[in-house]
Write a new protein. Sequence first.
Length: 102
Amino acid sequence: MIVITIIITIDVLTISGGIMVTIASTEAKTHFGALLDTAQRTPVIIEKKGRPIAVLISEHEYAAFQQFKLKALQADLKAGIEQADQEILLDIETVFNDLTNK
């Protein structure tokens, strides 16, 4: 019987709220199945030439992120409607500056 051991080099970063794994893109390609399993438990940063290029997250985390973005947009819209009802209007330059600085 032959036993083959595969070694995957990953960096584990501690971030607020949990752990994030970092892996090189070449290793991500080679060990994609294991990468998918890991992403179910924690976000995985994929790096190319030492620079982060993507983050792989579970479908559950993605859905939660989309819900968070939707709630933030709804809150912004509600605040804008309330300001308009109070006749607090902003010029277009201020609006675009606020949008691009978020």
